[in-house]
Design a protein around this ligand. Sequence first.
Ligand SMILES: Cc1ncc(COP(=O)(O)O)c(C=O)c1O
Length: 367
Amino acid sequence: MVDLRSDTLTQPTSGMRRAMAEAVVGDEQKREDPTVIALEERAAALLGHDAAIYLPTATMGNQIALRLLSEPGDEVVAEGSSHVFRYELGGPAVHGGLAMKPLASEDGLLTPEDVRAAVNPPGDLHMAPTRILSLENTHNGGGGRVWPLGRFSDVVAEARAQGLRVHLDGARLLNAAVAAGVSAADYGREADTVTLCLSKGLGCPLGAVIATSSELAPKARRFKHLFGGAMRQAGVVAATGLYALDHHVERLAEDHANARRLGEGLAEAGLPVACDAIESNFVSSTSRASASRRTTQSRACAPRASCSRSPQSAASFAPSRTWTSAPRTSIAPSPRSPEPCRAAPLPSGRRRMSPPPIRATSLRPRS
Ligand SMILES: Cc1ncc(COP(=O)(O)O)c(C=O)c1O
């Protein structure tokens, strides 16, 4: 069986396990683990920065980045369904003392106008200074949407014009780069900090990196330790990151093609799949796309109970546990909904199911 609920469900391949067994290790906290150092150097170059710091999770990377770029009492702006706002337990408020301003969007992507309109008037003593714009690529809540590089640069340029710092949650940045046909560094160098996750479609059992400038890196390392992320012989896991960068990146295009094939097959079977929205390794239902548009129309994030599930929650597939409590028919379709590829009529008596969003990993096991 191939489990497609999430791209986090991968198992290390035999080659990856061999790399773990053979890793040369040392005390990572003392900067004495050569495998961790090699991964950090590789990741920094990959993401267009001088330095990178190895971490256990991408959530920690995002939280360190926000803390690094701000002072308590500042405001961070991000798209409303972004991982940092929706799935990190209010971390920006807890770890950084930040006010969080969610912005509505069609598909997780913002415009320069959105950014301009979101910034509190500088110098207004009654308002939190807007300090950080946090972007996500690919966008999980948007169904794996990929930022076109030009649009990404325009939005970052507007953020800079407004005096903001920019964090990129690039948990799946390599998926984005492969899908857009550009390098990860093309996106990464635009931001002050970039998170990359190694345990999503890249197949590592765990691990992430945050890339930044050599000026900010020492402080980022201090926060890593403060947040409990400093490790010991972490090279045994970092070796999986090096292995994945060597062997799995070029296979992301295969994942994307498989996702497309899966979406088309599901649509052909009569399920409401938003085939137009399959840009990377996510397959979402049209109901979900409508829900995200409804969010946009109301300029606020619909509460989880009345909104269809995110790809993130697709990991809990059991309907009894996490299925939306509102009937999907209550979500008004929008004229701008992506059309299902081929929503075939169902035989009479058969109920149409709304499929959960699925992250497709390779249909073939990785060797
Ligand atoms: C866009 C995005 N950022 C960050 C994370 C957090 O990753 P981790 O589970 O490594 O903390 C996820 C997890 O799915 C994600 O989808």
